[in-house]
Design a protein around this ligand. Structure first.
Ligand SMILES: [Fe+2]
Ligand SMILES: [Fe+2]
Length: 285
């Protein structure tokens, strides 16, 4: 049988959280979604994730939370990474890092199992361990009867992302790209049954530069003077990839990008869920 899986790109700040809270439950119902995976590395103040937000994401219908290069920006999440079975940090961090990089979870109906892993790229992404070796290793560890396998490839370069799509072709159900926050128009099913997109796009404020206030980023870029990269709020949108997967084979049959516009954000760019030390770092992705 075919089931629908929904993959959501980087969730960015209050604007992103609002649009997800408003629309995710309806999208799940409308498309009979059996499993939702969401990259939440930018959910709290634009950088990192707090336990409060994590719990809310599960309440909204997210089944698995992935992270990226900002996974450890909020220290409050460290115990959750170690104790919760629905959140993963990148697989190719040092083995001693908090949390784990791969999980197997049941679908909403409880009838199927889904393996999820997230992996960091290497190009313009720091000195991470090999994502290729990490993917090979984790795929050998997943039990044979877990046919549905999802990789969140959190990387900068489209070339490296496309390479990962072909590397996993026929070995995973989905490879979806995150990190760049800009949606790409290349969603497809590769010839051996792996659904692929270079970047789903952020779920966050699109009247911005990657989720941050345009004036702050432009002032930094044009003057070279340090700026606080405050969160933007304008034009909140949710970007997601809907994938139909054959439960017998784990192969993807179709993909569809779903774009949903949210209501204007009220009450400022932050709320108490963003954590005490709101992220105002230069890196926006
Ligand atoms: Fe990132
Ligand atoms: Fe990001």
């Amino acid at each position: 049988m075919l089931i629908n899986i929904l993959c959501i790109g980087d969730l960015v700040g209050k604007a992103g959280r609002n649009v997800l809270a408003e629309h995710l439950p309806g999208i799940i119902r409308q498309h009979a979604v059996e499993f939702v995976v969401c990259n939440a590395e930018n959910a709290a103040g634009g950088s990192g994730l707090t336990p409060q937000i994590y719990e809310k994401l599960l309440h909204y219908g997210v089944d698995a939370v992935t992270l990226g290069d900002h996974c450890f920006r909020k220290g409050e999440i460290f115990p959750v990474l170690d104790s919760s079975d629905r959140i993963i940090r990148p697989l190719n961090l040092p083995a001693s890092a908090a949390g784990r990089g791969q999980i197997v979870l049941p679908t909403k109906s409880g009838q199927h199992q889904v393996a999820v892993a997230c992996v960091l790229g290497q190009m313009e992404m720091g000195n991470n361990n090999s994502p290729w070796a990490a993917v090979d290793e984790t795929l050998t560890k997943i039990p044979d009867d877990v046919k549905i396998r999802i990789i969140d490839f959190h990387a900068e370069a489209t070339s490296e992302k496309i390479a990962m799509g072909w590397y996993c072709n026929g070995r995973t159900s989905v490879v979806f790209g995150t990190h760049t926050h800009v949606p790409t128009a290349d969603a497809c099913v590769l010839d051996k049954g792996t659904a692929y997109i270079s970047d789903i796009g952020m779920t966050g404020p699109y009247n911005s530069i990657l989720g941050r206030r345009k004036d702050r980023v432009l002032k930094f870029l044009t003057t070279g003077m340090p700026q606080r990269f405050e969160m933007a709020v304008g034009d909140p949108r949710m970007y997601a990839l809907l994938v139909a997967v054959d439960t017998e084979t784990g192969k993807a049959k179709s993909v569809e990008s779903i774009i949903t516009r949210g209501k204007p954000v009220e009450g400022g760019a932050y709320d108490s869920d963003d954590g005490g030390a709101q992220a105002r770092r230069k890196s926006a992705k």
